[in-house]
Design a protein around this ligand. Sequence first.
Ligand code: DX5
Ligand code: ZN
Length: 219
Amino acid sequence: MVEVSTSILTVKDGEEAQTFLGLEKAKTDYFHIDVMDGKFVEKNTYNKMLRYSEYIKRLSNLPLDIHFMVEDVKKAIDDFGSLEPNIMTFHYEACKDNQEIMKNIEYIKQYHSKIGISVKPETKIENIYEFLPYVHMILIMTVEPGKGGQTMLSTMIQKIEKLKKYIEENNYEIDIEVDGGINLKTMNKVKKAGANILVAGTAILLAKDYSKIIEELKK
Ligand code: DX5
Ligand code: ZN
């Protein structure tokens, strides 16, 4: 089964409530929250995403899928963990060594949230294999993290396939989420490669009919 996590990064000011409610009605499976700190990536969406997450928590019962593009992962886990997200995902590249990765995993656990690790396009997927027994999801960035509306990097397809194969060979139960440039044109390739959670921002938010596109993405 394929699930859809809608990135609300580019929701228009003043249209937050109607957009969030519209997405819930259109059966998005998650709200994807892109937390940026102005250091790990150029943009800073930190406080805005905290506000949006609090707002969604009041408005909806749908799960929060939080993607930390930040250097200070521990602080972000504390700030967003109190909102009881379904899953918190941090970047492999934000951690100085493997020990720090394991520490972040343990830290997320304290909030009873699921755990994800994300990899940037240039990071080899083999680097995260040793953490697979401890996480629920791997988020493969299919664009350079930092902004919405980019074109999917087609070379990421092999990376998804490779991870899927490794997960199956080892009988792990881990979700593969893809993020960046996912739309009706690119979705089939990533699904075929093994992704089962698709993040889409621009493709959904710019669509006239949220239900229709979300339904298509899930097929
Ligand atoms: C990029 C973010 C994505 C992005 C998705 O750094 O992690 O979640 O906003 O947006 P689209 O679907 O527009 O590529
Ligand atoms: Zn994201």
